[in-house]
Ligand binder design. Sequence first.
Ligand code: ADP
Length: 500
Amino acid sequence: KFGTAAAVEEPIKPPVEVEHTQLLIDGKFVDAISGRTFPTLDPRTGDIIAHVAEGDEEDVGLAVTAARKAFDEGPWTRMTAYERSMVLYRFADLIEKHNDEIAALETWDNGKPYEQSASAEVPMLARLMRYYAGWADKIHGLVVPADGPHHVQVLREPMGVVGQIIPWNFPLLMYAWKIGPALATGNTIVLKTAEQTPLSAIYVSNLLMEAGLPPGVLNIISGFGPTAGAALASHMEVDKIAFTGSTETGKIVVELAARSNLKPVTLELGGKSPFIVFDDADIDQAVELAHFALFFNQGQCCCAGSRTYVHERVYDEFVEKSKARAMKRVVGDPFKKGVEQGPQIDMEQFNKIMKYIRLGKESGATLLCGGERSGSKGYYIQPTVFADVQEGMPIATDEIFGPVQSIFKFRDLDEVIQRANASRFGLAAGVFTSNLDTANTISRALKAGTIWINCFDVFDAAIPFGGYKMSGQGREKGIDSLRNYLEVKSVVTHLKNPAW
Ligand code: ADP
């Protein structure tokens, strides 16, 4: 019996209206040239929330032209860095003012608990904008000593028109991770939202214009990957592309970028992150955080702790407690207070997760709880826990992107390092131990972009995030994210009189 079966109740009416459904090009809301629209669905029911303009190649073309003009002619690129930073500060204030409407739109379109949208994601969006606002007027070059009679300056310049493609699991945070560093460094942008979740980005981009962003600096295209996304990645006038999504699509984006104009690419892709619990850890805390690491956001996190490794001496206790915790997880309408888990994003993801649950059972893992759909409407899935998972099983190697925890047993440090690293991914890892030497050894040995020790999913604006191996290229957030959007120019001046 699960926490609640709110999934079968009538869905709660979201406390917000959909105001904007058009494309944002050159500072104006416009329909797609084709006149086409596509429905965006409520994951609680599968019902249509709104019909949204469907941008494709032609609309991307117009958006890139607008972004080019805004870059080449200003005023954005002629403004002082301080003026640009003030636009982002004012945007953050407007986000706070409209916190609850933005959060409601995000929950309605995505299905994540409203309490999280309102108390974490939207505030984090404002926090990220202030972080990047703070950088805008602190980006500077170097004067470097070189052999010979030369004065050498190294300048950092914006790259130009930046294309950005984002996924549906954290629509607003992915938007912030993308536009923040690109705007702080003075670029102009064409951003394509995910077809599942177009609404919140259009809404907040309107606030960004209200904050003083000039027309054409940020253009928003709603639409599909193979049409609008591919057009952006292959456009000859786009100077850089940043992508977050699946590893398969990341490969396509790299290929399109290479085949067109060799634009540089940054990628944030999939993961299969280990969460490692040693026998000297605080077990209750580790159980709770392992649960959070996997089930947070309906399990739809690229860095989900989706391989829970537990030391054999504490394995049985850990497994029992993990099962009990999962069975207490409150699944239901994400607008309902106290709900921890809403529906999955759509039918495709729902089916994919159910397939992996079936494969888990067939391959001989022990199903401790869950494994079924929750309710009869929408895309709710019971919190599911497998124990005795063996390396090589599909649930051990593939990114499931759903509420399915897989628990493995291990014996010692070297063995778990080797097993944790035996993955094509390398996004993140969690380590639970009270031994400093274990923590130090393992954090150096693991091939992953983020190692969380006795914590998980700590996302600060200043902490770089990104992947080793097939989890990505480049880093987002922190100082490293700025480098993705800056060209380096060396200016070498001959000195007539080097003695002075
Ligand atoms: P998911 O499978 O989780 O939906 P995707 O990687 O397919 O992840 O989607 C992430 C983003 O990439 C979305 O905005 C999607 O529209 C876009 N996308 C999908 N296919 C392509 C493509 N061929 N070219 C460019 N972008 C794409």
